[in-house]
Each structure stands twice: as structure tokens, then as C-alpha cells.
Design a protein around this ligand. Sequence first.
Ligand SMILES: [Zn+2]
Length: 281
Amino acid sequence: MGAKDGRKGDPEGFGPIEDQFQAIFDDFFRRPVAGSGRDRRIPMLVSLEEAASGASKVIKATFEAHCTDCKGSGVLLGGPPVFACSVCGGKRHVLQERTLTVKVPAGIDDGQVLRLAGQGDEAPLGGGQRGDLMIEVIVAPHPRLRRAGVDLFVEVRIDAETARRGGRVNVPVLDGERRIVVPAGTVSGAEMRLAGFGAVRLGAEAVPIPAEVTAAPYRSRSVGDHRGDQIVTFVVGESSTDGQDDTSEGRRAARNQGLWRTGVLAVALVAAVIGAFVLGR
Ligand SMILES: [Zn+2]
């Protein structure tokens, strides 16, 4: 008989039977529409990527199902006397776990609710209409990306040299990373807009984010209709954590400049030697 057993030591000596009838009573008055199941509300955790770009998720949830033993009456059939059905404990339903595949619409956001009509609890008497299933979407925080509406925001650290001379840096995006050009003379707080790298506009076609960042800022006519943007904010510091390497524009420029100076010096030396040789004759 279930969870109500041993709930408390009742000093009057009223035991499980009374609890069962109470359960039947409770159920009766909580059920406004006979013949249809109740709506069920469950939370569903999704990642930022799944919410922004859409996904298909398999979830498990527990529902009320028609008790076939008492046919939804809550009592043992064939009475009187009236005893609560031992299978459902007088609750008129049993609990049943179901596995569902839920389509997460691209662009859904934290706190929004998906309503799946006819996917809720079963009618207590069986045969009737199932209630609806309400799935509350909970978007897990992303380690780097923050979302506001359809736009995404990210802070990217660059070192002082890259900021001064320009360079390249990896930026986290929805499906991984993209390498972007840091303009020379970038200061802390400077922003770069990556058009079409944001979340899908709810209801729009879920086109993928662009394969690469071309010029910045740029805006593709088609992508902008489907997705928001990603805004990169540069933070200039002494050390960077965002995957700079020796191919950074600044370092290459510095190296080239060094080579050029060495070359000029070599030519000058050769000219001086030749000059001295000519003069000495
Ligand atoms: Zn039953």
C-alpha cells in the first residue's frame, strides 16, 4: 500500500485504512474534470548550445496512469465492504515512467515552457483525454558565452603586445572556436561584432553559424535574418588565455622588421667595404 504506511504513529489507532480514504477524498477534489488526465509540469535542462541552435532530447518522466486493478475507482471491486485498492493505494492511478523525445526549438530561452498537448497524465478512468505536458526549459550556464535575447557575449583576453600591434586570437563560439583578427591599437573594452553567430531567432530556420569570420564587422543578409550576433569584448592584460601563438601578426611584424634592419645594416657594411677598397686604391 504505499507511502502512507507508517507515516506517523497515530495515537488514536487509526491506521492505513483511514489514510486510504483520505487519499481517495483528496484525489476527488483535486480533479476538476472527470475523464481527462491532469497536466504535468516538468523541468528540462538544456545546454546553451542546444537552446540557441535547437536539439532533440530524450527525457524520462513519471506520469499518472490508469489503475487497471480498480479501473480508476480507487477501491477493491466486488465490495461492500469497501476497501482501498491495494495496487494504487486508493489513489485511482499508478505511477508509470515514460521516455519521450522532445524537440527543443532553436532559439528557446531559459524559463520558457513547451506545451505538449495530450502528453500528460492519463485519465483516471482510462480511455479519456491525457492531460498536457508542460516542459519548463532551464538553460545551463555556459563557461564562456553569455546570452541576452538572440545575441551572445564573450570576453576575450589578449596580451598587451597583440593589442598594440594587432594579431589573431581564438574565440569560443556556439560550435567550437573561430580565429579572428585583432586590429592593431585595440584597447580594453573594445568590441567586435560577429554577425550571425548568435542564437536562432525563435521560429526562424535554424541555419548553422558561419563557418568562418570574414571581415569584421560584416553582416550577411541571409544569416542576420535567422540568427543574432556574437559580441566579443577584448580585455587587454599581461598574459592571454585565448590561444595566441607565435604566428600572431604583431610578432611576425616585429620579426620582419628585425630582418629588414639586419638587411640594411649588411648592405651598408658591404658598401662601406667596397667604398674603402675603392678609396684605398
Ligand atoms: Zn487501483
